[in-house]
Design a protein around this ligand. Sequence first.
Ligand code: HEM
Length: 444
Amino acid sequence: MTTTPTPIPRPDGIVGLHALRRMIRERSVIAAFEAFHEKLGNVFQLQLSGFHPVVLVGPDANRFVLVEQAAQLAWRSPTDPIARLLGHGLLVEDGEKMHDEPRAVMMNALRARIMPAYIDAMWRGTNTVLRTWQPGQQVDMLEAMRHLSLLIVFDALFRHDFAPDVHALWGHTMRLMRFISPGAWMIWTGAPSPGYAKARAAYDACLHGIIARRRASYDASQDDLLGLLIGAGYDDAMIRDEMMTMVVAGHDTTTALLAWAWLMLGQHPDALSAAREEARTVLGPADLDAPPPTHEQVRQLAYTESVVKETLRLYPPAHLGSRIALSALDYQGYHIPAGTRVIYSIYLTQRMAEYWPEPLAFRPERFARDAARPTAFSYLPFGGGPRLCIGNHFGEQQAIMVIARVLQCFEVDVLKQGVVMHMGATIEPRQGKHGISAVVRPRA
Ligand code: HEM
């Protein structure tokens, strides 16, 4: 006897209108996802013209997508803009040869125990940006965090000083990030993408220049990410794809995380003063020329770490993961036909009241080092399973170090009015067309 699958809930006119109203009121597409979740439950299917993803929410759903059925849920279709930009990069590839093998190579530069080696680069990149801040200046924190994140990725992973290129490539960087953001391509694969070809060519020229110079001076002792890729025998095209992947996946997420963290600290004066206090206690008085901290000092930034983790819960920069079902799947009585796009929602899961009491409250103490661990798969800002973010330790350490370094040297007064959640390649806080602003003053 065969059982009839439960129909997957879809928004009717009333639910659709409710979602639309929330989206307009909150000026955020995520508000529509929240409305569907509230009205339809943990499994629902969107009905946009040409775009019908099934959205699964909650720890069971996350385990199903990321672990139990990981082999049956391929990454994205090759026509998605991100796959077009990253080529054969790790983020968008599947299978042993194209995903697992390069991942194992690059993992050797991104394991937790390697992180002390990146303290200098993270310190340098942060200082470069902090040295440009004038007393009383209004700084676009999203832009500043992007600036230092780009410097850090190039410095730490490719041993390349990106400072001379960062301004010339800024517009191109932004264009590439817009290209891979949700947009018309989701319902129209031929949607035009003005400026993309030029931006991509400029980035390719930069990355190929770095590869060529490194090949000329390469020796087998070089164990940064670029050195490892060369040592493993990959050709230039593949190395370009992996480098582009690291630049895109490695800087935009950390940028957004840091921007949200500044907003959270701005909105929660107690958290801000605890983090300021910790920065001074662990790192010492303000000094832009101070040598980098030791690994032990970075480890002592426990409160700042909890601020970072709680920010990642409320505002996970990569708020969802998307896959394509390679075969028909059954999830809790729902039938998902082969070819369906399946989305797991990090954002909605991390705000479920069943797992997070007072889910909307910003409470770093949830992540104190002696606090109880969250239910498995209820907290997954870095995804999970075989595709767990390869840069999780890197991103967290960077965010902790940047926050502490800024607070050691500057008073940061965040302007809190009119913030909206913008859904680009990641979710970011924006005020109008800009990222969130803060007035900065050197600390005495
Ligand atoms: C706070 C910062 C970061 C966040 C929130 C974040 C989040 C994520 C998430 C959620 C995934 C899984 C996506 C999915 O399941 O489809 C992922 C994968 C990935 N991330 Fe990150 N990430 C961060 C930082 C980084 C950094 C610093 C790097 C590089 C140095 C990086 C490189 C990657 C790559 C290459 C993948 C694909 C891994 C694979 O498929 O095997 N990420 N990231």
